[in-house]
Every structure is written in structure tokens, then in C-alpha cells.
Design a protein around this ligand. Sequence first.
Ligand code: Z5A
Length: 230
Amino acid sequence: MLFISLEGGEGAGKTTQAVRLLERIESAGLRCLRVREPGSTALGADLRRLIKRSNTSDEALSRAAELFLFAAARSELVTKVIAPQRDDPDLVVVADRFADSTLAYQGYGRGIDIETIKAVNALATHGIAPDLTFLLDCPHEIGISRVRGLQLQMPLDAVKPSDSADRNVEGMKFEEEPAEFHERIRLGFLALADLEPDRWRIVDATRSINIISDEIWKAVQDRLPVTANP
Ligand code: Z5A
């Protein structure tokens, strides 16, 4: 199994690039499994709704409760979806966020001790970590303007089972945080990338979808199992 994760702030283009990558991996004759966090299991989907709250709710979760909910969703995803397939040499898993998001959001963003989060992550991931992580890096204002553009196109009552519609149904908790919160997260991701340069690739996410997608594909091609025909 080759395990790839996409990280970054909201609206950076993770989902867009995950879909593009899946298409290219499958065209190369490999099996690709796209997962997103939180989500991709029954518990993950329930927790996603809980974490993001509805637009009408102003009840905030405690920092620790938020951490444990993300960890619970991840534990389910790893135990039930990723770990059982880890020995499949032809499988590529593409994760739309993984454990690094917890370090960035709950650690650098919310201020929970980083070592504590690493311990929680270790328990939730059973030691499974991405082989390659793309940080889609862009200023928060650019990401949020892309997300707001989506909301304008999609009224609150447009309930569709898509990633984008979920955002409206579930509420705007993280999106409502101040700019400084998102800046801490951006710097946190950059600091994480700096610590493990072999795993991370920092991608300038302000550019066009096609240019970013080509850059990601170039880096992934070198790592694909030998059975692929890229
Ligand atoms: N969270 C956490 O706190 N701790 C954790 O451990 C985990 C998560 C796992 C999940 O929300 C929230 O949970 C998230 C972090 C927190 N909150 N925030 N912020 P989510 O999954 O619903 O939201 P998201 O992860 O931030 O994803 P997103 O908002 O959907 O953003 P995205 O996936 O990066 O972007 P996108 O959906 O691909 O694109 C958004 C729009 O921009 C869309 O119209 C695209 O067509 C457009 N787009 C994409 N790329 C481009 C480029 N390059 N140029 C122009 N337009 C573009």
C-alpha cells in the first residue's frame, strides 16, 4: 500500500486534488481508495456532524472533546478501512486530511500540547503514517474566498450528499474562527513539513487547479508500485 495524504487549510483545494489524483492513479491501472477525515466510516460520518455543529447551534465543544472526537473517527478509519488493506501492494490510499490535521488544528490552532496530541494520534493510527504528504499551502483569505464562493452558489437548504453540500448542512464552526487561528494553523503545517522534509511536499496552492494537479502527479509517479503504467 502506498499511503498519500493531502493537508492544508480550508479551501486550499484538498478535495479537488484528491479527486484528480484518484483519477490519475486509476488510469495508471492501480486501485485507489479515497478517504476523508473525519468521515469514510459510519462513526466518522456521525462524528463529522457532531464536530461541525449546525448553523443554528452556538454550543462549542471543549478542546479535549474535539481532539477525542477526531481521534475516534481516525481510529475507526484506520482499524476498519486502512489497516486491513495495508499489505495490498497495488493499492494507493489517498486521504483528504489525516493525523497532521490534528497537530495543526488542535495543537497549533487550539493550543493543546503537541506531545499529548502525538500520543493520541499514535493510539488512533496504530502507527500507520502517510508515505507522502502534500501540504496545499495558501493564505487563509484565498481559501475562505473559494469556500464562500461555493456557499453563494449553494443555498443552506440544498441538502445533497456531496462533500460541498455537507459544509452547509453541518455549519461553519472552523470557518468562523478569527484569521489569527487560521494563520497559526498555516504556520503549524509549515513547521510540521519542515520537521519531516522527506515525507512532505509543500505545494503553492494559489496557482491553477491544473498546475497543482500536474505537480502532485509528478511527485506521486515516482512512488507508484511497479505494476503501474503511468
Ligand atoms: N479538522 C480538525 O480540526 N482536526 C482534525 O484532526 C481533522 C480535521 C481531520 C473538516 O472540514 C474540518 O475539521 C476542517 C479541519 C478540521 N475545518 N476547517 N477549516 P471539511 O473537511 O469540511 O473542510 P476542509 O477540510 O477545510 O475542506 P474544504 O473546505 O472542503 O477545502 P478543500 O478540500 O481544501 O477545498 P476544495 O473543496 O477542493 O475546494 C474548495 C473550492 O475551491 C471549490 O469550489 C474548488 O473548485 C475551488 N478550488 C480548489 N482548488 C482551486 C484552485 N487551485 N484555484 C481556484 N479554485 C480552487
